[in-house]
Design a protein around this ligand. Structure first.
Ligand code: SF4
Length: 330
């Protein structure tokens, strides 16, 4: 079962309580029920304008890297319960010299769905071959512009030609008969790069794109924080309808925030998502007061207050405010 199958199931089951109960049962029976998201290093080689990494202050405050021994212990504690591992969440994973070790560990613990989110600028053929060898399911490339000038303007420090080179490497891997890794493009849309999305398949149609996700810009404290307003929505929806149809014709899964591009509403199941998504960064051990070397899953869960959060969610009417309140709007 992949993340996309679970996403469809999640949309089909309307009752929050039923979903929370299912999660509790899966946890008690020792089933895989976590989506583990790891930032092995808190740093990025780029300074994209819409990202908090374009703020010098943010870069200064958010640093550090996990060491390889910690990888082993994190995998021992969490991977047996993970249905999904995503390497890279809020920073660039390829900045860590040993990030590929996480794929080996995921294979050892038989994590069924493994992916990496990256800007791709540091990826080499060898990296892609290693991912292919470990059966990595998906490479998710961030892209903030279809045309060169827009791409390089919003992804400050990135090269458009390098992006195409990486897409070409993935195509070669797939053309060689490998079904994996799938290719997903995450496009952060704003007022200044929305129009050119219509040319997406003209430019990128020759690559084996499996999934396209369009995410409206969110003000994260970066240099560019102009979110869409109500006035932008007709245009936004028109471009997305065009793209949805183009994706259908190209056999590409289309994920998009169609309902709340201005992020006015809280995500209905944010608390549920926060119980499933287990975010690990170099700061996690310090924040939870644990040491990865001498903890097991039961102790991690206690430190993470998972059971009490689940009970609280079960008895509350709304999902409350949390770190995923404005996410998952697709
Ligand atoms: S959006 Fe991604 S690639 Fe761009 S600066 Fe932020 S973490 Fe780096």
């Amino acid at each position: 079962m992949t993340f996309y199958t679970l996403l469809r199931l999640h949309k089909r089951i309307k009752s929050r309580k039923l979903k929370l109960l299912g999660l509790l049962v899966a946890s008690k029976l020792g089933f895989r029920h976590l989506s583990v998201r790891i930032d092995p290093s808190l740093s990025c080689n780029l300074a994209c304008r819409m990202c908090n990494y374009s703020s010098a202050e943010y870069r200064k405050k958010n640093r550090g890297a996990l060491n390889t021994e910690e990888f082993e212990d994190i995998a021992r504690v969490l991977f047996p319960r993970a249905f999904q591992l995503v390497v890279g969440c809020a920073a660039e994973p390829t900045k860590h010299p040993g990030y590929r070790e996480l794929f080996r560990l995921a294979r050892r613990y038989k994590v069924p769905d493994v992916s990496m989110v990256t800007n791709g600028q540091l990826l080499t053929r060898e990296d892609i071959d290693v991912m292919c060898g470990y059966g990595v399911n998906e490479i998710i490339l961030s892209c903030h512009g279809v045309k060169k000038a827009t791409y390089e303007k919003f992804m400050t420090g990135a090269g458009y030609e390098k992006f195409h080179e990486v897409l070409g490497l993935i195509k070669e891997t797939r053309d060689a008969g490998n079904k994996l890794p799938r290719l997903r493009i995450n496009y952060t849309a704003n007022r200044d790069n929305l129009d050119e999305l219509k040319a997406f398949f003209e430019v990128f149609g020759r690559y084996p794109v499996d999934v396209l996700q369009v995410r409206p810009v969110m003000d994260l404290g970066g240099r560019y924080g102009q979110q869409f307003t109500e006035a932008d929505l007709p245009k936004y929806n028109e471009v997305l309808s065009y793209l949805e149809e183009a994706c259908r014709r190209h056999g590409v899964v289309f994920l998009a925030n169609r309902d709340d591009a201005a992020y006015r509403e809280a995500t209905r199941d944010a608390d549920l998502a926060e119980l499933v998504y287990t975010y690990i960064s170099p700061k996690t051990a310090g924040q939870l007061g644990i040491s990865w070397s001498n903890i097991n899953f039961r102790k991690f869960r206690r430190a993470d207050r998972w059971n009490s959060r689940l009970i609280k969610s079960f008895f509350s009417k709304s999902s409350g405010e949390g770190w995923m309140t404005r996410s998952l709007k697709y």
